[in-house]
Write a protein that binds this ligand. Structure first.
Ligand SMILES: *[C@@H]1O[C@H](CO)[C@@H](O)[C@H](O)[C@H]1NC(C)=O
Ligand SMILES: *[C@@H]1O[C@H](CO)[C@@H](O)[C@H](O)[C@H]1NC(C)=O
Ligand SMILES: *[C@@H]1O[C@H](CO)[C@@H](O)[C@H](O)[C@H]1NC(C)=O
Length: 189
C-alpha cells in the first residue's frame, strides 16, 4: 500500500459521528471513493536513506513510527519537544522538492497539528505504549495530521472536487473530531 494512502486511512479511521450543521456527520464515506480526491505528491524518502535507511526495509510500507521519528530527528524538526518551523520546512523541501503548493500546505498542516497530535498521543491505546516499541508515534502522528490538513486544503489543481470529495471535506471541517487510533491505523503503525 502506498504510504500516502496509508496515512489517509489513518485519518479516516479517526472520523466523526454527530450533527452540528447541515453536514451529515453520520454519513460514512467509502474510503475507495475519496482516496484519490487529492493527488498527493510522492514523498522522496530516498533523501533520507543515509540516516534512516535501516527503517526502510524493501517492500515494507514506508510509514512507521521509527522512520518518521528518524526523519524528524535527522532534520531537527523537533527542538525540545516543539516543532521548529524553519527546520520543518527544510524537511519538507527534502521530501517534496520544489512543489511549492504542497510544501506550503504541509507546512501549515504541521504548524497547526500540535493540539491534535497531543490528543492522539493521549488517546492511543496501551498497545502503542508497549515498552518494546523502540520509537514514539509522535512524528508519525504529525504525518497523519498533516496529511488530513492537506486533504482539506488540497491545492486546487490537485483536487478532484466531486460530490464525494466535497462531502468528506465538509465533514472534516464541520463535524466534531473523535481522535482515536482504532482499527486499521494499528496495522499500519
Ligand atoms: C470522485 O472522485 C474520486 C477521485 O477521483 C473518485 O475515486 C470517485 O469515484 C468519484 N466519485 C464520484 C461519485 O464521482
Ligand atoms: C530520535 O531522537 C531521540 C532523542 O535524541 C532518541 O531518543 C530517539 O531514539 C531517536 N529516534 C531515532 C529513530 O533515531
Ligand atoms: C508487547 O510486546 C511484546 C513483545 O513483542 C508482546 O509479547 C506483548 O504481547 C506486547 N504487549 C501488548 C500489550 O501488546
Amino acid at each position: 500500500m502506498a504510504w500516502n494512502i496509508a496515512l489517509l486511512i489513518c485519518f479516516f479511521v479517526a472520523m466523526v459521528r454527530s450533527n452540528p450543521t447541515d453536514v451529515d456527520c453520520s454519513l460514512h464515506q467509502d474510503f475507495n471513493n475519496v482516496k484519490d480526491c487529492c493527488v498527493y505528491p510522492k514523498f522522496r524518502f530516498d533523501e533520507f536513506i543515509k540516516p534512516c535507511g535501516k527503517y526502510m526495509p524493501a517492500g515494507a510500507p514506508r510509514i512507521s513510527p521509527c522512520l518518521y521519528e528518524c526523519i524528524f530527528n535527522a532534520t531537527n524538526t523537533f527542538v525540545d519537544g516543539v516543532i521548529d518551523p524553519d527546520n520543518a520546512r527544510m524537511m519538507l523541501e527534502k521530501l517534496f522538492g520544489n512543489n511549492q503548493d504542497f510544501l506550503e500546505a504541509y507546512h501549515n498542516g504541521i504548524m497547526s497539528c500540535s493540539d491534535t497530535v497531543q490528543e492522539m498521543m493521549n488517546s492511543r491505546r496501551t498497545r502503542f505504549q508497549n515498552k518494546t516499541e523502540q520509537c514514539s508515534p509522535f512524528a508519525v502522528f504529525y504525518g497523519v495530521c498533516a496529511q488530513k490538513y492537506v486533504f482539506n486544503h488540497c491545492p486546487s489543481s490537485s483536487w478532484s472536487g466531486n460530490e464525494s470529495c466535497e462531502m468528506v471535506r465538509l465533514q472534516n471541517m464541520n463535524c466534531p473530531r473523535t481522535i482515536s487510533s482504532r482499527g486499521s491505523s494499528h496495522r499500519l503503525l
